[in-house]
Design a protein around this ligand. Structure first.
Ligand code: HEC
Length: 177
């Protein structure tokens, strides 16, 4: 072997050495990183098409369930405190006096205008025989009284928080024999 041939072979060996490092490294990059990126891209596309999709197992899109007064776990003790908002106009005890509004003992599941000693508005009189103060009716009325019964003389803006109305109604439910 001539010295120049030997020099050439050494060069080839060095070139091979770097080629292995280079392409070997490249193989690792394509094998591990690229498919992962491609997967992430698929997820992004799936998400863009359907924001509720769970194609991406890492990220969950929070869903807010609509409030349901029938499944909500209301706390009558909290409701008793919230009833302070009503006491300027209502008494709640058995045999209690009417004031600006009627006494509300036994109001839960009673027909509208069940208190024969109170003089209700014309708006209420128009609902006589049509409405029972069940959970849904109380919930709708107490959310926005003037919207639920147009012309009511109950001058109260309503209780905005769903949970607070549910607590209060759970407490009203306890006011009977
Ligand atoms: C500013 C006074 C006032 C406040 C505060 C008030 N109410 Fe009333 N409420 C009335 C009046 C007056 C009526 C009678 C409405 C009518 O005749 O139009 C009434 C009627 C009602 C009725 C229907 C009664 C029936 O016999 O059919 C319910 C139920 C009721 N109120 C619940 C409440 C609750 C619960 C609260 C507190 C969150 C409250 N009210 C706060 C004045 C008030």
């Amino acid at each position: 072997m001539s010295p120049s041939t030997r020099a050439f072979m050494v060069l080839v060996l060095i070139a091979d050495f770097f080629a292995i490092i280079y392409f070997g490294g490249h193989f690792v990059i394509t094998g591990a990183v690229l498919p992962h990126n491609a997967h992430a891209e698929e997820n992004m596309i799936a998400k863009a098409e359907d924001p509720g999709s769970s194609a991406d197992h890492g990220i969950k899109v929070a869903e807010v369930a609509p409030f349901d007064i029938h499944t909500f776990e209301a706390d009558a003790a909290k409701g008793a405190k919230i009833s302070g908002k009503c006491k300027a106009c209502h008494s709640f005890n058995s045999g209690g006096k009417n004031s600006i509004g009627p006494n509300l003992w036994g109001i839960f599941n009673s027909p509208i205008m069940n208190n024969s000693t109170f003089s209700y508005s014309a708006a209420f009189q128009g609902k006589k025989g049509e409405l029972v103060w069940d959970k849904d009716a109380l919930n709708d009325y107490l959310k926005n009284p003037k919207k639920y019964i147009k012309g009511t003389k109950m001058a109260f803006p309503g209780i905005r928080k769903d949970a607070d109305r549910a607590h209060l109604i759970a407490w009203l439910e306890t006011l009977s024999e």
